[in-house]
Design a binder for this molecule. Structure first.
Ligand code: NDP
Length: 329
């Protein structure tokens, strides 16, 4: 089977030298283990942080070992009573075509309830992030203005729709006109192309009553501008800062006076903070998906070899909705 290792720590944007492919032999599963075939690999922005050798909320990836992240796999052989051949499972799994893992390290997904890829997008980690970031922290109310950066991405596209369900006016920011069309198609009220428009003017145009909730996926200079337009008692959901992940100086917005003058609340979070509530939230997300209230999009590249390319694509804006790699062939 083939695997992808972290070959060298990237300096800035990862490139081909960041990754190395390797062939290994694998044995039959031992007692308590399952042999998995990887079906979908999720590439996620937080994984960039793990490629650096510095302390964070998850430890760095070791060099010359397989990179690991969210994935959906199919059980080919089971030596544990909890899983049987043909089951689909999810977990934190190595970038490897076939792997033996302990059955307790993966969770079965209900393949009849939703397409299995959705467990990596709308009813998986991005869905939960959008759900708790919007409902627990942002708390948008009827008629309030909810601005979301990274608005056409996996988390952003879902967060905007959840804010709409609360009656907010949703303004999405993204980097291509196709993404603007997509955000409109899922009900966003206003959209901004940050690459072609002057952001200050665009915020003034789309937020005449200023910003009540800013769901921030991007950070950096973009947030510096949005935070200048906060309403009194605004809430800032600090979900991500992708514009800074490849920047060693980690330029962030200058927040102090912006928060003071608007009496705003800014709160960071990692999705694991809400682990106790995952089960209930997942049910709600699945119900919204089933009823059509929550729409989701996936950008899927095909082929195990394309995982590095997909990962790099997160930082060049290649995806609308969740970026996944189909490695089932
Ligand atoms: P996305 O699907 O949103 O993919 C990343 C997108 O970010 C790209 O498509 C691109 O869209 C945009 N982007 C990339 N670089 C820049 C840049 N320099 N400036 C502006 N936009 C940029 O990813 P996710 O939905 O998975 O994640 C979104 C954010 O949420 C990330 O910051 C991530 O780290 C964070 N996150 C946080 C979690 C938590 O627990 N706190 C959990 C999950 C995600 P465009 O074309 O618009 O530029």
């Amino acid at each position: 089977t083939r695997q992808i290792l972290l070959h060298e720590r990237p300096n800035g944007l990862p490139d081909k030298n960041t990754f190395a492919f390797k062939h290994i032999e694998i044995d039959s599963p031992a007692e308590g283990e399952v042999l998995l075939q990887m079906i979908y690999i999720s590439v996620d922005p937080y994984m960039r942080g793990r490629m650096d050798d510095r302390e964070s909320y998850v430890p760095p990836f070791p060099l010359h070992k397989p990179i690991a992240g969210g994935a959906i796999a199919k059980v080919l052989e089971s030596r544990d009573d909890s899983l049987k051949e043909g089951d689909y499972v999810t977990g934190n799994l190595p970038w490897q075509q076939y792997v033996n893992v302990s059955a307790s390290d993966v969770r079965k997904v209900q393949a009849e309830a939703a397409p299995v890829s959705a467990y990596l997008s709308a009813v998986g980690m991005p869905g939960l992030t959008a759900y708790f970031g919007t409902l627990s922290i942002g708390q948008p109310k009827q008629g309030e203005t909810f601005v979301i950066s990274g608005g056409a991405g996996a988390v952003g596209s879902l967060a905007g729709q959840i804010a709409k369900m609360q009656g907010a006016r949703v303004v999405g920011i993204a980097g291509t006109d196709e993404k603007l069309d997509y955000m409109k198609s899922i009900g966003f009220d206003e959209v901004i192309n940050y690459k072609t428009e002057d952001l200050t003017k665009a915020i003034k145009r789309t937020c005449p009553d200023k910003v009540d909730v800013y769901f921030d996926n991007v950070g950096g200079e973009m947030s510096d501008i949005v935070l200048d337009h906060l309403n009194k008692f605004a809430r800032v959901v600090q979900c991500g800062a992708i514009s800074t992940y490849n920047d060693p100086d980690n330029y962030g917005p200058r927040v102090q006076f912006k928060l003071i003058k608007s009496s705003a609340l800014m709160k960071g979070f990692i999705i694991g903070d809400y682990a106790d509530e995952f089960e209930e939230a997942t049910k709600q997300l699945a119900a919204w998906v089933a009823s059509g209230d929550l729409q989701y999009e996936e950008t899927i590249l095909t082929g195990f070899d394309r995982i590095p390319e997909a990962f790099i694509g997160l930082f060049t804006g290649r995806n609308t909705g969740k970026l996944l790699v189909d490695v089932s062939e």
